[in-house]
Design a protein around this ligand. Structure first.
Ligand SMILES: Nc1ncnc2c1ncn2[C@@H]1O[C@H](COP(=O)(O)OP(=O)(O)OP(=O)(O)O)[C@@H](O)[C@H]1O
Length: 281
């Protein structure tokens, strides 16, 4: 399959040969009702990096997702607040092509009477299902490509399945396959395991691991420390609309830091490169 880790060269302060980060967020302030709900002073995400963004309810995680996918705008600042692969003002279509998004909230939109392959194939066009006016040859080509994407997320044999008959976990992986249809170089996974049972979580985390190993840039936004797959090396913690901590997971995924982040006593357990959490109540 294609390599996702193409590097775009930018002309930054480091000279013409410095690689532009995949995503650069600087001096980005989002204000609602006169209140700053998110402020990111400086956050760079490298090409091919897998990063987890953790934080409690109301920390600003969804606002962060919306900021980097350009669904909300930051206030004007002296530097462009969000720069995608060296581009300060990419077209929305370019943002959508470069950055695939999967979120639990998209699930209702695809719970329709269409085969899974058509929902995935719709990702090529940014539509729900395939356009009515399409040659049979092209339609079959898209469906075959969709089947390959379904296989990539562990859903072999699901192409013809009506979306309404899928479990929540299977439908979430269809969304992941759909997000891959446009050939993105990065994925934003917003609470990818929310609402999934252990089998669904296992399958989703396995799919995330494969993508990270293939060089896909991953921005994994979550409440769950268990989502921090071994390929994620760096964690950004958000609290009260601000960056509470940003660094290597070994330094941040500790009982003390997690307890401070969530404001309750928590114990972090680590088994090899997997994390879990327990709380006393
Ligand atoms: N349109 C808005 N108007 C006013 N306040 C808002 C708006 N959108 C978000 N907020 C507030 O901004 C803060 C951050 O919200 P956000 O949804 O980004 O948090 P979150 O970390 O994604 O939370 P959750 O984990 O519950 O989804 C919250 O206090 C929220 O109430």
């Amino acid at each position: 399959m294609a390599s996702f880790s193409q590097t775009k060269r930018g002309k930054g302060a480091d000279g013409p040969s410095a690689p532009a980060p995949f995503l650069s967020v600087r001096d980005a302030r989002v204000v609602r009702d006169g209140r700053t709900i998110l402020f990111i002073p400086d956050l760079q995400i490298a090409e091919g990096e897998a990063l987890a963004v953790l934080g409690p309810n109301g920390a600003g995680k969804s606002t962060f997702v919306n900021l980097i996918t350009r669904q909300v705008l930051a206030l004007h600042a002296s530097v462009p607040p969000v720069v995608l692969r060296g581009q300060a003002r990419p077209l929305l279509s370019e943002v959508r092509r470069t950055l695939g998004v999967v979120s639990a909230s998209m699930q209702d939109e695809v719970a329709v009477g269409l085969p899974a392959a058509d929902v995935v194939a719709g990702g090529f066009e940014g539509t729900l299902g395939l356009p009515l006016r399409m040659s049979v040859t092209e339609r079959n080509r898209r469906r075959e490509a969709a089947e390959a994407l379904l296989a990539q997320v562990g859903l072999q044999g699901f192409a013809a399945r009506d979306m309404r008959t899928l479990s929540t976990g299977q439908a979430r992986r269809v969304l992941l396959a759909r997000a891959l249809a446009g050939g993105p170089e990065g994925l934003v996974l917003d609470e990818p395991c929310a609402g999934l049972d252990p089998e669904g979580m296992h399958a989703m985390r396995g799919a995330m691991r494969r993508l990270a190993r293939q060089g896909m840039t991953l921005v994994l936004v979550t409440h769950f420390i268990e989502d921090v797959i071994p390929e994620v090396r760096r964690v950004v913690m958000l609290r009260d609309g601000a960056v509470f901590a940003d660094g290597p997971k070994e330094r941040l995924l500790t009982s003390a830091k997690m307890s401070e982040l969530f404001g309750i006593p928590m114990t972090v357990h680590q088994h090899e490169e997997r994390y879990s959490l327990s709380t006393a109540y």
